[in-house]
Design a protein around this ligand. Structure first.
Ligand code: MRU
Length: 363
């Protein structure tokens, strides 16, 4: 995607061929800074502290983390240690385990000398595949927006999204946003309601930033506003991302997604998920019982960071001293509340049969 007219992905191999560069997402929207990763430790730290975040990008970054580890030491122990370190960074997004399993299975049969180059190649392939997958989600999802606009006589389609499932959460294009960018580029009039997404404000800070750079009309709203808008006919459809979707179509995504799905259900608003296939956990069938939900530091709830009028970035406390805080990062939306899963192979119903129709090789 373009940032100030310059094409960017969210992760790439440095010119030196020995390190990896990322955008430090903790600084957006106030500063656009590129950070260089040179070791598996730095990579794990970048994922844990959410310099990079979003399920597909976490997976791609972890793959490069293995490559950086193999550059230092290509032995079996180093490979296992690197996988363990990276796997421990964030528990919910299945793309992390998916990417680690994939790279490890490529490297295991190889000689120690061959592992470094093979790991970098595998990480690059994962990145390129992610871009292709998201283009596929865009190609299928745009039909929903076109149909919604045509049903309104060509009027603006209002899409509500939660968190950031945009290009910053992937290698490029995004999942939930891919149909939006595609529609905008095709001249379909689209406007996006952007949930701020407390506590880390991925909507207000990241989704709004990237939509703005692409010129997509959008409005940031407080997390509690969506139901009100839906009651008044101001949302035509919702599209969110997912960190892990079960084989039965239960969707785990950023905390608050479930409440939006309930409101959508009550108001007859279609609720879609942008779902790349590496985010499907084919081993699970009950999202509420089986998906591990990340709990993060309470300061993300008790504090807020922003830019003051004189341009300083400051963090302030917003809760009384002594009040307990809890910070659950994800929730599960049961399949029955999901209208459809927009995958790279087409739109599936949120059910085992629907997913197996599109991915019969998993049967
Ligand atoms: O905690 P985050 O910012 O990593 O959470 C991100 C999300 O919940 C996204 O919606 C999800 O990863 C899908 S990204 C295409």
């Amino acid at each position: 995607m373009l940032v100030d007219g310059v094409a960017h992905r969210t992760i790439w191999l440095s010119d030196d061929g020995e390190s990896v560069e990322i955008i430090d997402q903790t600084l957006l929207p106030h500063a656009f800074e590129i950070v260089r990763l040179t070791s598996v430790g730095e990579t794990a730290h970048a994922i844990k502290t959410m310099k990079v975040r979003g399920a597909p990008l976490i997976g791609a970054t972890a793959a490069y983390g293995i490559a950086l580890a193999m550059q230092a030491d290509g032995g079996d122990d180093a490979l296992d240690r690197a996988c363990e370190t990276l796997a421990a960074t964030r528990p919910t997004a299945i793309n992390l385990r998916w990417a680690l399993d994939r790279v490890r299975s490529v490297l295991r049969p190889l000689s120690v000398q061959d592992r470094r180059d093979a790991a970098f190649q595998c990480a690059a392939e994962i990145c390129d595949e992610d871009v292709g997958i998201n283009e596929g989600i865009g190609a299928h999802g745009v039909d929903l927006l076109r149909a919604a606009s045509e049903a309104k006589g060509g009027a603006v389609v209002n899409v509500l999204t939660h968190c950031n499932a945009g290009w910053l959460a992937t290698v490029d294009w995004g999942t939930a946003t891919a149909p939006i960018y595609r529609a905008h580029d095709a001249g379909i009039p689209v406007h996006v309601w952007v949930d701020e997404t407390r506590p880390r404000n991925q909507g207000a800070s990241l989704t709004a930033w990237e939509l703005g750079h692409h010129g997509v009309p959008h409005t940031v709203i407080a997390d509690s506003v969506g139901g009100h808008l839906m009651q008044r006919g101001k949302v035509d459809l919702c599209i969110t991302g997912t960190d892990r979707t079960t084989a039965t179509g239960d969707v785990c995504n950023k905390i608050g997604t479930y409440l939006k799905a309930l409101a959508a259900h009550d108001n007859g608003v279609p609720f879609y998920i942008g779902l790349p296939s590496p985010t499907i956990d084919w081993t699970l069938s009950d999202g509420i019982a089986e998906i591990p939900i990340e709990e993060r530091d309470g300061t993300e709830v008790s504090e807020m960071t922003g830019r003051t009028a004189d341009g300083q970035i400051e963090t302030v406390t917003i809760t009384p001293k002594g009040s307990a805080v809890a910070n659950f990062a994800f929730d599960v939306t049961p399949a029955r509340l999901v209208t459809g899963l927009i995958t790279e192979r087409g739109i599936a119903s949120a059910s085992r049969d629907g997913l197996l129709d599109l991915f019969p090789e998993q049967g």
